[in-house]
Ligand binder design. Structure first.
Ligand SMILES: [Ca+2]
Ligand SMILES: [Ca+2]
Ligand SMILES: [Ca+2]
Length: 332
């Protein structure tokens, strides 16, 4: 593991995440280099610390810092007593970390079957607020794969995974982007992997909050139906099973405890369907990808409580899918 993290007080979170408290003091290069002025991030004074040393990482308030540091990967950054499992523990929002992965080890075989033999870096981050957060490697100069694991280095499952965020066929963007909703105090572990053994170099990792437009409210109707035209585009939301194209989002409340069936029958093109609890930031309750089948429709079944509100997304598998998309909700 690459080293170091500056340590300061944690703070986190919730019960069960106390591993953080075990502070192993790995500080080395960073000690003494803290300079609050450079970073900006902190939720609390103790946290931040992004160091000025040439080494790589920095956590900044905005992208403006992006061209700064390059350098060895080893080092620096951040804050908080890191869990043993990760190379760095990040704090703040937004976050920008830059470095070089040449000296990183191959500790993870990433999602999608990529990353075997690829040098990887692991980061833990705890949400300072409830929201939907995007993690991307845009600006990295090699072919990255990003995967998210739960909590502080729980080994599974992969909550999100992406190789190339924008795949235009012939033009492949090597950058990756994933997203995950977290409640305040919840943590995630980010694995930034090199796609192949030869994939390493300067990396950039960002964490930002995504704002969610209000979904169309379907109330508590049963059956419920919603539809709309989806234009070819890169949308806002993605999920564990895909959804790299444009999408429609709905809100629906279960009128009674029971099993409910969600499907996209009637949609004009291939769909990816996923449901999150409560809102866009809620945990994923189910995800289904129609591209595995012959029909463009897909479905999933969920057990819901009375008055449980869910956030439903009818997505396209890629930017060049679209048309009239439909959601149907029926008793399961
Ligand atoms: Ca790897
Ligand atoms: Ca990639
Ligand atoms: Ca999408």
């Amino acid at each position: 593991m690459l080293s170091t993290l500056g340590c300061s007080a944690p703070d986190p979170a919730g019960p069960g995440e106390d591993e953080l408290g075990a502070s192993e003091d790995t500080t080395d290069s960073t000690a003494g280099t803290e300079d609050e002025s450079s970073t900006g991030t902190t939720e609390d004074e103790s946290s931040t610390s992004t160091t000025e040393d040439e080494s790589s990482t920095s956590t900044t308030e905005d992208e403006s810092g992006a061209d700064t540091t390059e350098g060895e990967s080893e080092e620096s950054t951040d804050t908080g007593p890191p869990p043993d499992c990760a190379d760095m523990h990040l704090e703040g929002l937004p976050v920008l970390v830059q470095g070089n992965s040449a000296d990183a080890d191959d500790e993870f075989d990433s999602c999608l079957g990529y990353g075997v033999g690829g040098r990887d870096l692991s980061f833990t981050w705890t949400a300072p607020k409830t929201g939907l957060f995007s993690v991307d490697s845009i600006g990295s100069d090699y072919d990255t794969v990003l995967g998210l694991l739960p909590g502080l280095c729980e080994p599974e499952p992969w909550l999100a995974c992406n190789d190339d965020y924008i795949d235009l066929g012939d033009v492949v963007d090597a950058d990756s982007q994933v997203q995950l909703g977290l409640h305040e105090g919840e943590s995630m572990t980010i694995i930034l992997d090199g796609k192949r053994g030869s994939s390493f170099g300067d990396y950039a990792l960002h964490i930002e909050e995504l704002s969610c437009p209000a979904p169309e409210d379907l109330g508590d109707a049963l059956p419920a139906t919603g539809s709309g035209e989806v234009e070819w585009d890169h949308g806002l939301y993605t999920a564990s099973c895909g959804g790299w194209g444009n999408e429609l989002s709905f809100s629906w409340t279960a009128p009674a405890a029971g099993t409910y069936a969600f499907d996209t029958q009637g949609s004009e093109d291939y769909t990816v369907l996923y449901v999150r609890d409560e809102g866009c930031w809620g945990p994923e309750l189910g995800c289904a990808d129609a591209t595995e089948g012959e029909e463009p429709w897909t479905s999933l079944t969920l057990d819901l409580d009375a008055d449980q509100t869910v956030f439903v997304v009818v997505d396209a598998p890629a930017h060049d899918f679209g048309g009239n998309f439909v959601i149907n909700i029926n008793p399961g």
